[in-house]
Structures are given as structure tokens and as C-alpha cells.
Design a binder for this molecule. Structure first.
Ligand SMILES: Nc1ncnc2c1ncn2[C@@H]1O[C@H](COP(=O)(O)OP(=O)(O)OP(=O)(O)O)[C@@H](O)[C@H]1O
Length: 216
């Protein structure tokens, strides 16, 4: 369960206030709204990348409001993937488990499992520069899921892909989210994408004007 209670956060002169919502574990919801309505600001606050003025964030029975980003067990896939140019795909998929000190066997097994699920097995020894757009996106998704996050955040992660690649990545994403039962927050401007992926669509304006939302 992700539970946000009366959150207030600001970015320069822009402010979000009194934001409350709950998302059950394993649900996927899309956050939509006009440019500048605060979607990324809210996601950054959840991830610990933006200071929270007041209110609380609970995730999987922990209060994470003031935790360091690395301790929250939240994974973020940004639009540009932010892959590491000097690491192979195998190293990307092993990155999270290694920094969380998983055993070598568990790390290797997790890497192989994700590579299989995301169709990356033949690419494990490649570097990001040699990947197509769809492959790079699947690596970013695999890296995000590797250490089993409690929350997966997708910030316009499918924006900018050509139609064929968009459809390919969307179906990989649908399958992976369902296989992993991971609670997912998906920011997009693409309503069709939101309808295909999410069990609920929530509008930023609605979130800002209504006192509390239960998202199912
Ligand atoms: N570091 C910052 N300093 C000042 N203002 C900021 C900063 N970051 C964001 N803002 C402002 O906060 C407001 C909300 O921005 P945010 O990026 O959260 O919107 P958004 O809904 O994600 O937009 P988009 O759909 O275009 O990505 C905007 O007016 C933006 O200019």
C-alpha cells in the first residue's frame, strides 16, 4: 500500500498542497494532467528527490517521508533511461541487487530471470550504445525492477518512442508489471497508453481539489 496523507511540496513558486491518496499494493495507476500541473513534482517527492514541507508518505507499512532516496525501495524509470554507458546490460540488471548486498548466486539468478522475461538474454554482454530504443527501455525497466522495489515510478518513460517500439515496450511493461505485482505510478500525456497499462487514471486537478482519493 502507498498512502500519501496531506502532502505539501513546492518547486520554486509552484506549490502542491493537501494531497492525499491511497494505492493498494500491486495496483498500477496513471497520473495525467496538463504540463506544469505538478506530476513530476509529486513523483519526485515520493522518491525523496524533493523536500516535503508537510504531510506523510507511507509505503509497505513504513513511513518513508524523511528517508533518503536509496532507503525507500522505490525505483524510477525516467524518459531518457539514464543508463550507465560504461556498464554492460548484465551489470545494469545486477546493479540494484549488488548495492543491496544480495549474494552472488541470488544476483546472478535475478539477472538471468529478468533477462529472460524482458528478452535481453542475447544482449547481456552489450553496452547501452549498441542497443535499439526498445532494448534500452527494457534494460531501464529491468534495472528498476531488479531488487524488487515496493513502488515503480515511470516518468513519461514511453514518450518519444516510435509507434512500433512504443507498442513493443508497452506489452513488455504490461507483462512485467503483472508478473511482478509491483505497485506502479505512471506519468503520461498519452491517454491510450494509460488506458492500456493502468487500472486507474487519476487527473492531477482532481488530486489537487479533492481531499482524499482511494485508487484501486
Ligand atoms: N526546480 C524548480 N524551480 C522552480 N520551479 C520549478 C522547478 N521544478 C518545477 N518547477 C515548476 O513547478 C511546476 C510543476 O512542474 P512539474 O514538472 O511537476 O509539472 P508536470 O505536470 O510534471 O509537467 P510536464 O507534464 O510538462 O512534465 C511548473 O510550473 C514548473 O515550472
Amino acid at each position: 500500500m502507498l498512502k500519501v496523507h496531506q502532502l505539501a511540496v513546492h518547486a520554486g513558486s509552484f506549490a502542491l498542497e493537501n494531497i492525499s491518496f491511497e494505492v493498494p499494493t500491486g495496483a498500477c495507476f496513471s497520473l495525467m494532467g496538463p504540463s506544469g500541473s505538478g506530476k513530476t513534482t509529486l513523483m519526485e517527492a515520493l522518491c525523496g528527490l524533493r523536500h516535503v514541507d508537510s504531510g506523510t508518505i507511507h509505503l509497505s507499512d513504513r513511513t518513508i517521508t524523511d528517508m533518503r532516496p536509496g532507503d525507500r525501495n522505490i525505483a524510477l524509470v525516467p524518459q531518457d533511461n539514464a543508463l550507465f554507458p560504461h556498464l554492460t546490460i548484465r551489470q545494469h540488471l545486477s546493479f540494484g541487487p549488488q548495492i543491496r548486498r544480495w549474494s552472488k548466486t541470488d544476483t546472478r539468478n535475478r539477472c538471468n530471470e529478468l533477462a529472460e522475461q524482458l528478452g535481453l538474454t542475447q544482449l547481456l554482454d552489450r553496452y547501452p550504445a549498441k542497443l535499439s530504443g526498445g532494448e534500452a527501455k527494457r534494460v531501464a525497466l529491468g534495472r528498476a525492477l531488479a531488487s524488487r522495489p515496493d513502488l515503480l515510478c515511470l516518468d513519461e518513460a514511453l514518450t518519444g518512442l516510435d509507434d512500433g517500439t512504443h507498442n513493443e515496450v508497452l506489452s513488455a511493461l504490461q507483462q512485467t508489471i503483472s508478473d511482478h505485482s509491483v505497485t506502479t505510478l505512471h506519468i503520461t500525456h498519452n491517454r491510450k497508453e494509460a488506458q492500456a497499462l493502468a487500472c486507474s487514471i487519476i487527473e492531477m486537478d482532481q488530486l489537487r481539489s479533492q481531499p482524499s482519493q482511494i485508487i484501486t
